[in-house]
Ligand binder design. Structure first.
Ligand code: SF4
Length: 345
């Protein structure tokens, strides 16, 4: 079965051409599905004049079942919970942006996550599998509909939901390509961010392949000892190697690489952590994003305003690079970073 959400644009074109269907029609049907969310084969073969042989080859496209849509009364973040065909829960977050009418969609790339970061609810989920490319795309397509109904247009996509995107490398990149392409979702490459907890071979592959999407590398802590405690699997690779890969990426792209740092009170926010971070970063061009931990189990505590200010001041002393506090919203509905756990509904 051909699915324009599951094949790279060129592959879909080749498959359609094998059926004698030209590129213009391919663009029409891809755009109907990806850009406009039209899934009805009657519409394709009617007003869009897609030949029956292609509609038959595509068949009835499977969808994720939207089971719950819940909005935070605090900050307007919205969490969508989907059910897959094999009865797993996938969560997606619509992030309202400051720009009026704009939103970013945070998509999941896996169900559960094998990386086992201690402060992350996704790591505590039992079932694990990679999502298919179409399952990633379908989160976006349905979230876009919901956002539009609320008067917002998605202008960005972040791969920061459930899972480590680079453990599902090919499908994540295929999804990003479909989100970007002009007859797809038309999200600009710079509006697509792929996050990783620091998988060096994949960071290097991403750099080598020359993708224009933004890369965000999440460190957990600046020393190997602390990373072993907080991000044990990722810590199997020394943090200096992760940083070296981030540096190669920044230099190859001639752009700052985003370093995400989860702030956990009493764990990784002392003066010595700021100093270690400064030494680790050196003159690599980065933007340091500070994200306060959200841990519903209460094991890890978010910093209060004073602790955060003290850490920022220390970072200003030790890291001569832009530092941004990234708001992780939707805490009250378990939509914040690290809280997506596909709880049974
Ligand atoms: S923080 Fe990211 S990489 Fe770590 S367990 Fe959670 S989803 Fe996986």
């Amino acid at each position: 079965m051909l699915d324009p959400r599951d094949l790279a644009p060129d592959e879909f074109r080749r498959e359609a051409e094998a059926l004698g269907v030209g590129p213009e029609v391919v663009r029409r049907v891809s755009s109907a599905v990806l850009a406009r969310g039209i899934f009805d084969p009657e519409v394709w073969s009617g007003s869009l004049q897609v030949p029956k042989r292609l509609t038959r080859a595509i068949g009835e496209l499977e969808r994720l079942r939207l089971e719950r849509s819940i909005v935070s009364p605090v900050d307007g973040f919205r969490k969508l919970s989907f059910r897959t065909g094999d009865d797993l829960v996938v969560e997606t977050v619509i992030i309202p942006l400051h720009k009026p009418g704009a939103a970013s969609i945070c998509v999941s790339s896996q169900v559960g996550c094998a990386m086992g970061c201690r402060f992350c609810a996704t790591a505590r989920m039992a079932r694990r599998r990679n999502l298919r490319t179409w399952e990633i795309l379908d989160q976006f397509i349905q979230a876009r509909d919901v956002a539009r109904q609320a008067g917002r247009r998605p202008t960005g996509v972040v791969f920061m939901g459930m899972g480590e995107p680079f453990l599902n490398y090919e499908r994540v990149l295929a999804a990003a390509d479909l989100l970007r392409c002009s007859w797809g979702a038309s999200i600009g490459a710079k509006g697509i961010t792929i996050s990783t907890v620091g998988l060096v071979p994949e960071i290097d592959r991403f750099t080598r392949e020359g993708h224009n999407y933004r890369l965000a590398v999440s460190l957990g802590a600046a020393t190997d000892a602390k990373r072993e405690r907080l991000v044990p699997l990722a810590a199997r690779t020394p943090v200096a190697e992760v940083m070296a890969a981030a540096r190669r990426h920044a230099l190859a792209r001639r752009d700052r690489v985003t370093l995400a740092y989860v702030c956990i009170a009493g764990e990784n926010m002392a003066e010595e952590d700021a100093r270690a971070l400064g030494e680790l970063i050196g003159d690599t061009p980065v933007r340091l994003d500070l994200i306060e931990v959200t841990d519903p189990t209460g094991i890890y505590r978010a910093p209060d305003a004073g602790e955060l200010k003290a850490f920022r001041d220390a970072l200003t002393r030790h890291v001569g690079q832009p530092i941004v506090r990234r708001y992780s919203g939707g805490k009250d509905i378990l939509a914040a970073c690290g809280t997506l756990a596909g709880e049974r509904m």
